[in-house]
Ligand binder design. Structure first.
Ligand code: MN
Ligand code: MN
Length: 472
């Protein structure tokens, strides 16, 4: 053996290089990557809010034989392999596949969130100014406000009438629908605006949605454009202005998920964060039958605003579900609940920032994720000295690594940003507080929190493969 060769061998044995996942696909996997991408785009087109995603998830679960939580409680006993969905107020849902082992022995959970940064309508949104009808908004989650102007927008959500009827509103997605729009200033008159910092050029109170221009025909009334719009909404949905005060209406970019690149390798869509991990977890959990440990797909709301509220991870919802299921197995004590969580292992499925050649300075290239190099493990998130981070245990990380290697999951490991550059958080710490082993593990992406975000199809597929391997 020559010196050069032995050096190469040594390098192969001792060094670690994260390579393109596209190069590491097995025979026939390229087709699967692309067909998986099609299924994902379909999921994204039908689920542009957390509520719509929950509806989709439950429909898919039911088709696979899942029964509702209420039905399971009514049956009064649990059998191994039983599949149960627990819906939480239409905005979050947990899918359980009961294991052969008792629940006290722990679960395998993949948790992801369904909410995404967007604009919400205020309680009194409709007004008229300058011969135009507009809607006031309050943004949800971390957005860059300037990205939301001068693009086609759609309205999704629910309105509840005085008689209690709930109306599902979707306007702007069908090709024949109108869309909505937030104006920006023409460059000719924007010298003051352009001199401002980017974060100040467009204000939160300036994100007002255009919805009409034609005045109501009766010239005797005031605010005729507003009245005309209310009249049209009343004809279409039977709602009044007061119904807006009790509505949940979300503004999202109009249109479908699209392939990006001449090679169709990537997807641009609204809400990849975190529906990409949600979809990967969903597809993985739906393939699980009769596992040893109980398997859970956990799909949450409110992550983007701190996991608060009764549909976020901080709520007692999931603990209560587990307590109820334990009770069906004859364990009613707090100790059983504690044991169930202490023995649980979790992949916190959330996206992470990939290296962006347009902005190379915000990441440490040696510890960054790259689009196209597979699912990303993130040991710790947090800001300024890992503050607020879950910081996964080495023993659990090592276990996850072996699962991935044994199942030919192409993975990488990275940090969200350079030290002291900024950072982020996920739901990881919450389940860790219960004693579970948790690590963040999800899809790398570009343009996170932009109206349209970007992922690579191969990373989506590897995320699914990773979750499936973890469950098995
Ligand atoms: Mn996220
Ligand atoms: Mn986010």
């Amino acid at each position: 053996m020559s010196n050069t060769n032995s050096g190469k061998d040594l390098q192969k044995r001792l060094t670690k290089e994260f390579k393109s996942a596209w190069d590491q696909l097995k025979e026939g996997e390229m087709e699967t990557v692309f067909s998986f991408g099609e299924a994902y785009k379909n999921f994204m087109d039908n689920g542009k809010t957390e509520r719509e995603c929950v509806t989709e998830i439950i429909a898919k679960a039911k088709a696979k034989g899942y029964i509702s939580f209420e039905e399971a409680l009514k049956k009064g006993k649990l059998t191994a392999g039983e599949k149960i969905y627990a819906e939480n107020k239409g905005k979050a849902v947990a899918l359980f596949v009961m294991g052969k082992e008792k629940l006290e022995e722990g679960m395998k959970i993949v948790g992801a969130h369904l909410d995404a940064p967007r604009l919400d309508l205020k309680a009194c949104p409709v007004y008229e100014d300058g011969g135009l009808a507009l809607l006031k908004t309050h943004y949800y989650g971390g957005i860059k406000k300037y990205q939301w102007v001068a693009i086609p927008l759609a309205i999704h959500g629910v309105m509840i009438k005085a008689n209690g009827d709930k109306v599902n509103v979707v306007i702007g997605e069908d090709e024949s629908d109108p869309v909505f729009y937030i104006t920006d200033l023409l460059p000719h008159l924007a010298s003051d605006q352009m001199a401002k910092k980017m974060g100040e050029g467009i204000t939160g109170e300036g994100l007002n949605i255009l919805i009409g221009n034609i005045p109501y025909e009766d010239q005797e009334v005031s605010e005729r454009v507003k009245l005309n719009v209310l009249n049209l909404l009343s004809q279409k949905y039977g709602v009044t202005e007061e119904d807006f005060t009790v509505a949940e209406l979300e503004i999202v970019p109009a249109g479908k998920a699209r392939d990006v690149g001449i090679d169709r390798s990537m997807i641009a869509a609204h809400g990849h964060d975190d529906r990409v991990c949600s979809f990967a977890a969903l597809e993985a959990v739906l393939e699980v039958d009769e596992p040893n440990k109980t398997v859970v797909g956990l799909f949450l709301d409110k992550e983007e605003v701190g996991s608060m509220g009764n549909t976020g991870m901080e709520s007692m919802f999931f603990q209560h579900c587990v307590a109820e299921l334990l009770s069906l197995q004859g364990s009613n004590s707090y100790i059983s609940l504690h044991r169930a969580f202490k023995n649980t292992k979790v992949l916190s499925g959330d996206v992470t920032a990939g290296f962006d050649p347009n902005y190379p300075d915000v990441l440490d290239k040696r510890n960054a994720s790259f689009i196209g190099k597979g699912v990303t493990i993130t040991k710790y998130t947090g800001v300024r000295g890992k503050a607020g981070s879950n910081d996964a245990n080495a023993e659990f990380l090592a276990e996850v690594r072996n699962i991935f290697n044994e199942n030919e999951v192409v993975w990488q490991i990275g940090e969200l940003g350079k030290v002291d550059q900024g950072g982020g958080g996920t739901i990881a710490y919450i389940l860790a507080n219960y004693g579970a082993e948790v690590v963040d593990c999800g899809t790398p992406m570009l343009s996170m929190h932009a109206p349209l975000e970007l992922i690579s199809k191969v990373d989506l597929y590897m995320t699914y493969k990773a979750y499936k391997a973890f469950y098995l």
